[in-house]
Design a protein. Structure first.
Length: 501
């Protein structure tokens, strides 16, 4: 399906995308994918102090990682090039002078110091300051002289009388009074355009039909509407998305921890999980529909009309829940590729050959059900790599297990059985356990809990059936730290218990 619908995502290149602005990108993208239109990325880099070219690359990386694609952008070009605001400065100036020419805008020579003084005075008097329009009435001749002399000046828009109206797909029909609007600057004295001005010129010239962005820009929109009107351009439809809050219900920021796409990627969050979760931040699928929505379903279900006006709370636990779901679903070898770097970073693996890779796959299989994100894997798998019975015996839960039934006997019997020559695990495991059971008369919890603590140092964890081959195979691999096999584990554990009693 193709349509004339065009949306844009307009980040400022000041670093990796954070949850707030990437959610805006995702809503734009879902909307336009469903409508079959064009997705434009425009780089708003007129803030030369904060913008850096390398950050533009990071933005594309983040978006690509999430699986978003675009039709027009600085990196791929397009029919409305250039898409980087710093490459459009002449255009902004040219268009602003047109507005001056037809009396919709004017050169203003008031100094910043003078305007600040006025604003201070108004503040002391408890009234809101707005630009008094001093330079609106300058005679043409005077303006020309000042410009020729090189006096510093800005270009300001004349604000018309009467209400300002626009349609917002989230907030409904909006109306603002023009009385409270200070005549906005379009071009600063250094020649650079203001945000409100550049954004309108770009959105209009790039034929954007739907402006979907954060509601921090809702209060800017009346000024932007006046600029559209001054040019005689048709207004786009607006959709202002609610603010994202942290768990303490203040605006989400770095204080709340990992909030950039890169942070979340580095934690081992799957892109499809993050995309699914962020789509639910301020939007909900229709009644009765699951919140786990893979890409196609998200696109099909997405409707701006169902976007909420009220602020959305970024809930890390919910993101974890969704991530766990996608981790479970994901292709095993993909998960393994993603997980191995975490094990290497933790120093648990070094070179990874085929045998080690296969073995690591068994570890991931065993510990994955217990992780929210992949960076937790080294911690969850630590007991495989280092086994410290002395430490384990300090844990209350372990001591409890050992104090019940005939735990000591179970340990001794298990140790004896494992020491018998010719045993092979997991092949002979069942017989070994049967023998321990026979010798001690223990069964169920009383039998299996001491066995688990003797092998793992803990009373809970992944299924033993999965762990046995991990211990055995691991003990035969060349790894940064030697893995103890089952027999060695039990022998050390039993010795530590003896030494402690
Ligand atoms: N560069 C602006 C921002 O990042 C874009 C706002 C808009 O979409 O109009 O907030």
């Amino acid at each position: 399906m193709s349509s004339n619908i065009r949306v844009r995502f307009a980040p400022s290149p000041t670093g990796h995308l954070h949850v707030g602005n990437v959610r805006t990108a995702i809503f734009n993208w879902l909307f336009v994918r469903k409508a079959g239109g064009q997705f434009v990325i425009r780089i708003e880099d007129t803030d030369i102090v904060r913008s850096e070219e390398r950050f533009e690359g990071l933005i594309y990386e983040d978006l690509r990682w999430l699986g978003l694609q675009w039709e027009e952008a600085p990196d791929v070009g397009g029919p409305y090039s250039p898409y980087r605001q710093s490459d459009r400065l002449n255009l902004y100036r040219e268009k602003a002078l047109k507005l001056v020419g037809n009396q919709h805008a004017y050169h203003c020579f008031c100094s910043e110091a003078e305007l600040e003084r006025q604003a201070e005075k108004a503040k002391r008097a408890g009234v809101t300051w707005k630009y008094p329009g001093t330079c609106q009435t300058l005679a043409g001749e005077e303006v020309r002289q000042k410009l020729d002399r090189g006096d510093a000046s800005v270009i300001r828009l004349k604000v018309r009388q009467g209400p300002i109206r626009f349609r917002d797909l989230v907030h409904g029909d909006m109306e603002f009074s023009s009385d409270v609007i200070s005549e906005p600057i379009l071009i600063r004295s250094n020649g650079s355009p203001t945000y409100n001005y550049a954004v309108v010129v770009d959105d209009a010239l790039m034929q954007i039909t739907h402006v979907i962005r954060g509601d921090d820009h809702l209060s800017n929109t009346p000024k932007q509407v006046l600029i559209y009107e001054a040019f005689g351009w048709t207004l786009p439809l607006f959709a202002h998305l609610s603010t994202i809050l942290g768990s303490d219900h203040t605006r989400l920021s770095k204080r709340h921890g990992a909030t950039s796409v890169k942070n979340l990627q580095d934690m081992g969050m799957l892109p499809e999980a993050l995309l699914n979760y962020l789509a639910l931040l301020g939007w909900a699928p229709s009644e009765g529909q699951s919140e786990i929505l893979p890409l196609d379903a998200l696109i099909q279900s997405f409707e701006l009309e169902r976007v909420s006006k009220s602020a959305a709370v970024f809930d890390l636990n919910k993101l974890y829940w969704i991530n766990r779901h996608y981790l479970k679903e994901a292709d095993r070898s993909r998960v393994l590729n993603l997980a191995i770097p975490f094990l290497r970073q933790a120093g648990l693996l070094a070179e990874v050959n085929d045998a080690i890779r296969e073995w690591a796959g068994q570890i991931i299989e065993a510990v994955l059900p217990g992780v929210d994100h992949l960076s937790q894997i080294p911690d969850k798998a630590a007991f495989i790599f280092s086994f410290d019975p002395g430490q384990a015996l300090k844990a209350e839960a372990v001591r409890q297990v050992l104090s019940e039934g005939k735990a000591g006997e179970v340990l001794r019997a298990l140790n004896d059985e494992l020491a018998k020559p010719g045993q092979e695990i997991p092949r002979d495991w069942k017989e070994i356990i049967a023998a321990v059971k026979n010798r001690t008369g223990q069964k169920g919890k009383q039998l299996f809990h001491p066995i688990r603590v003797a092998l793992t140092g803990s009373d809970s964890g992944p299924e033993l059936d999965k762990l046995l081959p991990i211990f055995e195979r691991g003990s035969r691999l060349a790894l940064p730290r030697r893995i103890l096999c089952c027999q060695e584990r039990v022998a050390r554990f039993a010795a530590a218990v003896d030494a402690n009693s």
